[in-house]
Design a protein around this ligand. Structure first.
Ligand SMILES: Nc1ncnc2c1ncn2[C@@H]1O[C@H](COP(=O)(O)OP(=O)(O)O)[C@@H](O)[C@H]1O
Ligand SMILES: [Mg+2]
Length: 221
C-alpha cells in the first residue's frame, strides 16, 4: 500500500448521494474519540473561509448553467485551501483525518459522469493536492435508487443541486467509482453501503484494522 509521508492517517469517504458516508463517518469518529485517539473530522469547505465561499458558488441552485470545467476548477481550488489549512497540519501532528469526500468525487462526478474525462480532472487535481493523497478511501457503494430514497425519506437533510440530478447521472457516478476502485485497488476499498449502519461500521473497522499498522490495534480494542 502507498503510504503518504505524513505521520498521521488520511482517510476519505466516497460514494453517491445518500450512501451513508456522513452517518458512518460520525460513528467512526465517535469510536476513535472514545479511544482517546487524535482525530479530525472534516469535509471540504470545512469552515475554511476561502473554500466555503467557493463551495457556495458551486452549489447555488441559481448557477445551473455553470460550465463543467469551471466547476472542476472551483472544486480543485476549494480542495487546495482546505487541504493546507485543515488536513495537512493535522496529519503533520499525527492525527487521523476523516474527510467526507475528496479527490475521487471530482473524478467520478466531473471527470466521469459529466464527461470531462477522468484524466483531465486528475491533471488539475494533481496540481491542487500536490503531495497529499488519502492513505485509505472507503467507497460506500449502493444502488443509486436506494441512496436517493434514503435522502427523500429524511427531509431534515439539506437537498443540494446534485441530489436533484437525473438517475442516469447517479448511475454514471457509480460507474466512475467502480473504475477508480479498479484503478487504485491499494487505496480504494469498497464498503457494501446497502447494509445496516451497524454492519457498515463493522466492515469499516475490519478494513482499517487490516490496513493500518499503528492505530489499527488501538482503534479496535
Ligand atoms: N446504513 C444505512 N441504512 C439505512 N439508512 C441509512 C444508513 N446510513 C445512513 N442512512 C440514512 O440515509 C440518509 C443519508 O445518509 P448520509 O449519511 O447523509 O449519506 P451521504 O452522506 O452518503 O449522502 C440519512 O437519512 C441517514 O440517516
Ligand atoms: Mg453526506
Amino acid at each position: 500500500m502507498n503510504r503518504s509521508n505524513w505521520p498521521g492517517w488520511f482517510i476519505t469517504m466516497e460514494g453517491g448521494e445518500g450512501a451513508g458516508k456522513t452517518t458512518a463517518m460520525r460513528k467512526l469518529a465517535q469510536r476513535l474519540e472514545d479511544r482517546g485517539l487524535d482525530m479530525v473530522m472534516t469535509r471540504e469547505p470545512g469552515g475554511i473561509a476561502i473554500s466555503e465561499q467557493i463551495r457556495s458558488l458551486i452549489l447555488d441552485p441559481a448557477h445551473v448553467s455553470m460550465d463543467p470545467r469551471t466547476e472542476a476548477l472551483l472544486y480543485a481550488a476549494a480542495r487546495r485551501q482546505h487541504l493546507v489549512e485543515r488536513v495537512e497540519p493535522a496529519l503533520q501532528r499525527g492525527a487521523i483525518v476523516l474527510c467526507d469526500r475528496f479527490v475521487d468525487s471530482s473524478l467520478a462526478y466531473q471527470g466521469y459522469a459529466r464527461g470531462i474525462g477522468m484524466e483531465e480532472v486528475w491533471d488539475i487535481n494533481r496540481f491542487a493536492v500536490h503531495r497529499t493523497m488519502p492513505d485509505i478511501t472507503l467507497w460506500f457503494d449502493i444502488e443509486p435508487e436506494e441512496g436517493l430514497e434514503r435522502i427523500r425519506a429524511n427531509r431534515s437533510r439539506e437537498v443540494n443541486r446534485l441530489d436533484t440530478e437525473q438517475l442516469a447521472f447517479h448511475q454514471a457516478v457509480r460507474q466512475g467509482y467502480e473504475r477508480l476502485a479498479r484503478q487504485f485497488p491499494d487505496r480504494i476499498v469498497r464498503v457494501d453501503a446497502s447494509q445496516s449502519e451497524t454492519v457498515i461500521q463493522e466492515q469499516i473497522i475490519d478494513i482499517l484494522s487490516e490496513r493500518t499498522q499503528d492505530f489499527g490495534p488501538r482503534m479496535c480494542k
